[in-house]
Design a protein around this ligand. Structure first.
Ligand SMILES: [Fe+2]
Ligand SMILES: [Fe+2]
Length: 283
């Protein structure tokens, strides 16, 4: 690690970057477009809403609690701002599902027992999710799956997740660098465990979403084929990589970027089929 990581300057840059790039939009004041029935049904067919609403509500509470527990005032300010941004994501999803008639049950958010551990796990989960979400969002935008007005509406959310994952990797590296050499191995273990548990939980979620929403999933897969056009798994991962780079580029170069998922994705590229997804699924 460069000596900058873990320094006072690192902490100040990390918090300043986060606070200064905050976008003060309000979900209720956003220009929600009127969708025709075909566009509304396409949106409703995405098999993600229940999981997305639950995740954002839990994340908002966990990050807010972490902001309240953090002793360092500057870090507390940045983390609390992140908590506010997450609660805005939850509100945005709530408004979207209400406005477009997508039924989602109410989820009481779960208060974390160990805020530091919850925050670390959330960060790794977001590193994993954002990488693929950036690619999917670009695909939905370029293929016309999402109406342009909805793309504009969700653009700040995507960019916000980019800021969150930069904050996460730097927060973890800063905390680790501050520890003495004797305490570092257990922190590294904690990091590895958090990362591993989040990956396992993502696979479980994918299975749960598939199991519960088989019909919705089928509808989505069919409409996605028509609207996303032919894209091979390799092209999709290439798109995720380029979108990931584009989204994270604007921020100060001294800040670390998430490396694990892009590195694994690059390594996997050569083995991924060149055949379009539609053909692979039909086969
Ligand atoms: Fe979020
Ligand atoms: Fe986030």
């Amino acid at each position: 690690m460069p000596p900058f990581i873990g320094s006072q300057e690192h902490k100040e840059l990390l918090c300043r970057f986060f606070i200064e790039t905050h976008d003060p939009y309000k979900p209720s004041e956003m220009p929600w477009p009127k969708l025709d029935e075909a566009a509304r049904a396409r949106l409703a067919s995405l098999p993600i809403w229940e999981e997305a609403v639950r995740t954002e509500a839990d994340t908002a509470l966990a990050v807010t609690v972490m902001g309240e527990c953090e002793k360092d005032p500057l870090l507390a300010k940045a983390i609390s701002l992140q908590g506010y941004e997450e609660s805005r994501h939850a509100e945005l999803l709530r408004l979207l599902t209400q406005k477009y008639g997508i039924p989602v049950p109410d989820f009481p958010a779960t208060r974390p027992q160990d805020p530091d551990w919850a925050f670390m796990r959330i960060g790794y989960g977001e590193c994993f999710d954002s990488f693929f979400a950036f690619g999917l969002f670009a695909l939905a935008r370029d293929s016309g799956f999402f109406p342009p007005e909805l793309v504009t509406l969700f653009e700040p959310v995507m960019q916000e997740e980019g800021r969150h994952i930069i904050f996460h990797v730097n927060w973890v590296a800063f905390n680790q660098a501050k520890l003495g050499y004797t305490k570092r191995p257990s922190y590294v273990f904690r990091r590895g465990l958090a990362m591993w548990l989040q990956m396992v939980s993502r696979f479980k979620t994918a299975l749960r979403v598939k199991g519960k929403n088989d019909r919705a999933q089928d509808n989505f897969t069919m409409s996605a084929h028509k609207s996303f056009g032919d894209i091979s798994p390799r092209e999709f991962v290439e798109l995720c990589l380029s979108e990931n780079e584009r989204r994270l580029k604007p921020y100060d170069e001294r800040l670390l970027r998430p490396a694990f998922v892009p590195t694994v994705a690059k390594a996997a590229l050569k083995t991924l089929p060149k055949k379009p997804v539609a053909e692979a699924v039909a086969a």
